[in-house]
Design a protein around this ligand. Structure first.
Ligand code: SAH
Ligand code: SF4
Ligand code: F3S
Length: 471
């Protein structure tokens, strides 16, 4: 037997225990994809490991959204090169795959730049990952697969594996047809696609049977969702949310990321009518100046954005709003940046993600003259973040003394501490036993930090008191 085939048999020998290491970068959709990749390897006898040095297969699931995100991948590959060399010395084979949006955007360039990589696979074809790796392994050649196949990849993936966590992501929509001039997503994820309602209902029901209590529906443009429903018509996201809310045992629903253009009346009404839908909305506005918004091809004005905010607050007065903001888009003047601050002051966000504009190869904005200097971008970002942090702190402090329902998700960093999320997505820390993980408890909030809350569990106290009284 040749060395090559002996080694491939180690990576794919069904009788051996094998390990898979996946490192995920980028958005929640990549995290969802990584879970599905893990599930695709499970039937071949793979277990997940947190230690790349222990892994027979290493997958980097990458993000291309900003320059720094993409560069991180190459520095990670440098580290993996050393791991692979060390394992080779020990007589062990390691297969390395790059998946996700850098894979899609750079394809062959990755193979050229990083000798350590055996396989490059795009976000639409990762369901073929085990097969492709097997081929790369057997044939001893490096493979690039960045096709956008005709098939719905979700129907090609194995069933979900029961998870330990009480929260889960569920990708309902993928891709984007909006072509904001700064953004790579339409190129890396392809055209918009919505999964059928009943396939999502079945996946969600399975997750709930496995202990999931909170589902976050995902899509690059989640509120552009228009999947086929039971009546063979296109259903909106609000209709999908109503259908999923019928699942017994599912307590909470969320969705992200929305585009202002697709914030339809029925979705706004769902925030009033669907009682499982949590009072939190992530709605990026990107910039406050209408000239910059037009240059970004966002297809909305700041007045339209503020109108949506007013209508959603009308439907659900306590809703917590979150957003994404870019500073230093090409041509943005100081006054135009002030317009961004004005929106921030007017809305009062509970949470926000803000970024310096990063020119991305192949996007229209990268070719514009008048790129803003890095110094100006840094200054603007620092000023903006001061406002955003103050708002977030104020939002959190407003809950001290209040009682909130918290779904506990996991143990905290300290002994005897558990952590969950409030309806407004704030992490909440409390003292409590593991038996409360997966349960929703009333928590009296006693303290607030910039990013989280602390409190005392009321229901658990009540439980102890009842137990002591023999109730
Ligand atoms: N689909 C979402 C955004 C997905 S990308 C939407 O339309 O809002 C997540 C965020 O990254 C964007 O909202 C934007 O704020 C930021 N982003 C995208 N491209 C960027 C770039 N080239 N430079 C800086 N930030 C960028
Ligand atoms: Fe990117 Fe714009 Fe599509 Fe969002 S809507 S993914 S920012 S192109
Ligand atoms: Fe990044 Fe791709 Fe998500 S570029 S943000 S991983 S869609």
């Amino acid at each position: 037997m040749s060395l090559k085939s002996t080694q491939s048999s180690i990576v794919f020998d069904m009788s051996k225990r094998k390990r898979l290491y996946i490192k995920t970068f980028g958005c929640q959709m990549n995290f969802y994809d990584s879970e599905r990749m893990m599930e695709a390897f499970a039937p071949l006898g793979y277990e997940q490991t947190e230690d790349a040095g222990d892994a027979d297969v290493i997958v980097l699931n990458t993000c291309h959204i900003r320059e720094k995100a993409a560069e991180k991948v190459y520095s990670e590959l440098g580290r993996i090169r050393q791991i692979k060399a060390k394992r080779r010395q020990d007589g062990k084979r390691t297969m390395v795959a790059v998946a996700g949006c850098v894979a899609q955007a750079e394809g062959n360039e990755i193979i050229r730049r990083a000798q350590v990589v055996d396989l490059v696979v795009g976000p639409q074809s990762y369901y073929r990952l085990p097969d492709l790796l097997f081929r790369a392994c057997q044939e001893g050649r490096r493979i690039v697969d960045t096709e956008f196949p005709e098939k719905d990849k979700f129907t090609q993936l194995p069933a979900r594996i029961i998870r330990k966590s009480c929260t889960a992501f569920l990708t309902v929509q993928e891709g984007c047809d909006k072509f904001c001039t700064f953004c790579v997503v339409p190129y890396t994820r392809g055209m918009e696609f919505s999964r059928p309602v009943e396939a999502l209902y079945d996946e969600a029901s399975g997750l709930v049977d496995g202990g999931v209590r909170e589902l976050t529906l995902l899509g690059q443009n989640v509120n552009a969702y228009h999947g086929i429903g039971r009546d063979n018509r296109q259903w909106s996201l609000a209709q999908l949310l109503a259908r999923l809310a019928e699942i017994d045992g599912l307590q909470r629903l969320r969705y992200t990321t929305s585009h202002p253009r697709d914030m339809s009346d029925d979705l706004i009404a769902a925030h009033r009518d669907n009682h499982k839908l949590m009072p939190y909305l992530h709605l990026p506005f990107q910039a406050g100046s209408d000239r910059i918004l037009a240059g970004m091809n966002r297809k909305h004005t700041s007045a339209q954005y503020l109108d949506i905010v007013a209508r959603i607050r009308d439907a659900r007065p306590d809703i917590a709003l979150s957003t994404d903001i870019i500073v230093g888009f090409p041509g943005e003047s100081d006054e135009e940046f002030e317009a961004t601050l004005a929106i921030v002051r007017q809305v009062g966000f509970a949470q926000a993600f803000s970024f310096k504009y990063s020119p991305r190869p192949g996007t229209p904005a990268a070719a514009l003259d008048e790129q803003v200097s890095d110094e100006a971008k840094s200054e603007r970002l620092a000023r903006l973040q001061e406002f955003l942090s103050a708002d977030q702190r104020r939002f959190n402090e407003g809950f001290v003394g209040a009682t909130m329902s918290v779904l506990f998700e996991k143990q905290g960093r300290h002994n005897g501490q558990i952590v969950g999320r409030s309806p407004y997505l704030q992490p909440v820390h409390a003292s409590g036993g593991d038996q409360l993980i997966g349960r929703t408890c009333d928590v009296e909030i006693s303290g607030a930090g910039p990013n989280s809350l602390a409190g005392v569990i009321k229901a658990a106290r009540l439980g102890i008191i009842q137990a002591e009284a023999g109730a």
